[in-house]
Design a protein around this ligand. Sequence first.
Ligand code: PLP
Length: 434
Amino acid sequence: MKYYSTNNPQHIVSFQEAVLNGLAPDGGLYMPQTIPSLSPDFIASLPSFSKSEIAFTVARPFVDEAISDTDLMKIAEETVAFDFPLISLNPHVHILELFHGPTLAFKDVGARFTARILQHISQQHQKRITVLVATSGDTGSAVAHGFYETNGIDVVILYPKGKVSVMQEKQFATLGKNIHAIAVDGTFDDCQRMVKSAFQDNDLRQTMFLTSANSINIARLLPQSFYYFFAWAALPTKQEVVFSVPSGNFGNLTAGVFAKKMGLPIHGFIAATNSNDVVPQYLETKQFSPRPSVQTISNAMDVGNPSNFARLLELYQNSWDAMTKDITGYSFTDEETQHAMQQVYHTKNYLLDPHGAVAWLGLTRYLKDHPQAQGISFETAHPCKFTEVVEASLHIAPPPHPSLQALLDKPVQSISCPTNFQNLKKILQNLIAR
Ligand SMILES: *Cc1c(COP(=O)(O)O)cnc(C)c1O
């Protein structure tokens, strides 16, 4: 499989180059030249395959031959080495729990796959690699843990100071060793812009091998298709299945569209957002108007200019009509989100985190107009990662999680940085000079 840049279809690279570059040199995002079709037999017999077999089969056509079947199978196995339970709240509402990985959020899947692919590339080419990533919360911890103590790889994580939860910061800024956290005096969008500048900076590109590991990177995106197949395999009946995806940068939803185009008979998607509703607005008005993000209680989705929108446009050949046939958008306020957490907890005894609550709201809203449909709503993080929000919404404390409790005593070790790119550049240059 070859990959092209969304800014220039003539710029064509291999899978490995696409993963190493992260972002194309022209600022575009990498897309596979075609979306491979999986055999209808494979789709029909999904329940008979293991998770690793499904992950391997989905990934194989996207990954070039430089990674052998044996190596790719091992990468697939390690990537999905935890549970993905599907919980039915009623015959129309199923929750797919994506938070059973090491950092208790769905981003573990993409981060673990990316770390293993990059380690493979680093070994093969004997190159030291620096992973540069902006996080609004959960990317940072997933990437930090995915790459912790990986030989040949340094990880630099930019995050908006004071705008991620205490627990999130502890998860990525206390590890040390090859993991470096940078607290930026600004918003997530500032962090993302600084990362983009670094990738476009020739000095840096000449002295260090920079790559990204957030949802810009194709290796982060692809494995997120796996769990659409897992969920499908676990569903008792398969008619009119929609997925409700709590969205920020739209990597998760884009991976779902990949799964559909590969042949999984998904009826549609719900793009559920908080007040950062640029995509639902586009779906309603045909106008795409990125704007600065606003802070909400579902902070991992506080994105004002979702980077994967460019990929969605490619997948639908820039056709608003085609996109709106597949994707319905809804946005919800913090008040609605808190109310949803209360309602589901009191009527179903199920504790949603604020992101999962936005997805549940999206599905519930959709089912009002489509009562015959059934939906899978993604629960993208464990509620104990958002203790403050759970306590404020429900007046109960979420049950403590042992892996998080252990973090509380560890000191945060991050470097402060103003929103100015030159400061980041200096930090990076010092880092590799060591
Ligand atoms: C990142 C994240 C999201 C949003 O996912 P995108 O792929 O950026 O749309 C939703 N929920 C949680 C908990 C996240 O960490």
